[in-house]
Design a binder for this molecule. Sequence first.
Ligand SMILES: *Cc1c(COP(=O)(O)O)cnc(C)c1O
Length: 303
Amino acid sequence: MPRPDPAVLRPRLPSPLQEIEDDPFARRGVRLLLKRDDLIHPDLPGNKWRKLAPNLRAAAAAGERALLTFGGAYSNHLRATAAAGRLLGFATIGVVRGDELAAAPLNPSLARCAADGMRLHFIDRSRYRRKTDPDVLAGLHDRFGAFRVIPEGGSNSLAAEGCTELGRELRGAADTVAVACGTGGTLAGLAAGLGPDQQAVGIPVLRGGGDGPHFLQETVEELQRAAFGGPRGDWRLDDRFHCGGYARSTPALTAFADAFEDRHGLPLERTYVAKLLYGLTTLAEEGAFAPGSRVAAVITGMP
Ligand SMILES: *Cc1c(COP(=O)(O)O)cnc(C)c1O
């Protein structure tokens, strides 16, 4: 039987909050704080703990023994789900985007999933886009039996509720809190958990596509509707820092991240965290933060 409560894994909560002295901020009289969610749990780091824990609790309470979720070949969420399954006794099924991968050797990320006991199922990209359609899910049930579906990136209303705790931990500690966004669940919950005088900023790492608002604007609004019944908190997106899109980079981003690592001896996760700090540093240089204000960056993962 699955263990009923992920608290048996002894997460480090509240996660540590560390102030660092960083010149681009200090020059403008702005204090920079790192919210070290990467230290919550070695196998379920960062927001992945906060998003998965309520889903695992709900699955255990409902007597469900298997979790099925979706992701790309390098998905942190797939790895976290596989680890949670091993540690808590759930069977896990990972539906992976790209049927061409089925014939190739597993990359290190998928190899970790497999080593944690996750059954990997590769589907082509067009089917992957329709992954939550009833006929696709019915096909997965025929193949794998009963399971609880956790969406891509783990972002559902339970996940958003789980991330409100991140906001609550930061009440009174910062004026602005910023987080990198993939599927938006973390920002949706963070903003809902902050106090009334705090603002959340989301830095999307995916390209929004087009001149209009980034697609995450609507996604985060929908997640907040589903989780809390309506909009919560003061939040906005700044979509200038995706650097070409998911897992893409630019020479400027690489130079920034290398220099930040050198200044602080802190390795930066490049898909999300480097873009977050690059964006925040640019905002500080633009004068977006008042002198004397405190800016907290949520460190959602380590390399
Ligand atoms: C998954 C992930 C995110 C994105 O979280 P969302 O809730 O999907 O927006 C940010 N940082 C890291 C390191 C992640 O693994």
